[in-house]
Ligand binder design. Sequence first.
Ligand code: NAD
Length: 492
Amino acid sequence: MPQRFQNFIDGRWQDPKSEKWFDRENPATGETLGTFPDSGRNDVGDAVAAAVKAQAEWQRTPAPHRGEILFRAAEMMVARKEELSREVTTEMGKVLKEARGDVQEAIDMTYYMAGEGRRQFGHVVPSELPDKFAMAVRQPHGVVAAITPWNFPLAIPSWKLMPALVAGNTVVFKPSPYSPLSAYNIVRILEEVGLAPGVVNLVFGEDDTGAALVEDPRVGMVSFTGSMEVGREIAAYCGRHGKRVHLEMGGKNAIIVLDDADVELALEGAVWSAFGTTGQRCTAASRLIVQRGLMAEFSDRLMARASTLRLGNGLDDSVEMGPVVNQPQLQKVESYVGIGVEEGATIACGGSRLKDGELAKGYFFPPTVFADVKPKMRIAQEEIFGPVTDLIACASLEEAVAVNNDVPYGLVTSIYTRDVTKAFKAMEGITTGIVYVNAGTIGAEVHLPFGGTKGTGNGHREAGIAALDSYSEWKTVYVDYSGRLQKAQIDR
Ligand code: NAD
């Protein structure tokens, strides 16, 4: 019998009042991993009430002490890294090596935010008046709703929970129904290291559960990572209700390869960035913009590598690419391949799901490369979120940058060149939130801001100090010790 999981509300694991449940399967084998609550509005309401009740006390807990609890959570993740990683692989399919990276990112973020407990710097500046003290300090929003996707089951929740907590917020966490096991694991760890009841609450569920959470008037801030379509719906609701909202959404990221590039390095970066996590990363390279002089060599060598990547269950060490996460995602990839063909692009390798042998039980789609892609085709503009990448030819650096920027998203760009002038010109002209020079589109580190422009975000950033700006607001405090009425701007 698969294990039955419960929600975590006010420090207690409990069945959902909705009395509804859903199953999650292993996308590589089809086997059921567990049964999870499909929470309703009552469950969400209880979780928010618990978070409201716990918030004042948590905010009064000195930030360094809040940080110490996170430090202990990071230590526990280190001790359980292998077990956590295997569960990431079994629930969403990424290969074990990458799952370990997912867990390591959560560890890094948790240690980093633990340190921020002693480093929530504000501003102290001279006042324009005598005998007056002027400063700005951070204050939490209150209750934060954390709504997450499935592609980084442990890392993304840690990007939200850890800065929200260290800043003094309490949290209601609604993970993706496709990665509930890791959500359970991270909350279990926070419980075990002694977080007080109500400080973090976990409600499992589908999209309606997320909507109920967004709409609860007691939630002060919504932090969402997921698709642009859902993010914009949430933003519209929050806009109408004056609610704080932080969005991290999709990408249509490109690698630019100039004629003078180190081809071997660029190829390695392209294969890793296009097909790592089966292309299901917001940072995946789904466009390869290659200068004409190098196109023939680059595309031949790319296809040779892509078509020999070994597919299978990510728990097998020799496997290089796992399955797509679920049936709808597989259908989405198939439909975009059809769209690409209709638009006149050529399938250079891959292109149809694996239907024979052991792998037929899972959602396996091979690495797929489209050649002859024009920048305005739908496959070059819309996020596919699967192992599909496009080869787009360009004449110059200027054209490559223009093509790169001309998409609805703005997360990551990378450029391969040996010419430092071109690298700096690209850095200046590229409009995405993240730029890599001579590295693929994957590889963000937790102590720098992460996020994107245009359809990728709404101006906030995850990670780094920027995360604290999302999870707190500035409170400016003036202390006048002159003993008389002083008037700013008037007494001069
Ligand atoms: P999704 O938008 O379908 O769902 C994300 C989360 O939102 C899930 O928990 C879902 O249940 C919930 N949800 C759905 N509808 C909702 C609603 N109306 N109100 C409230 N919550 C709702 O996305 P997904 O398929 O889980 O994830 C893939 C997407 O996430 C891709 O577009 C990818 O690019 C993006 N992503 C972005 C980043 C980033 O940092 N920019 C990182 C990872 C993934």
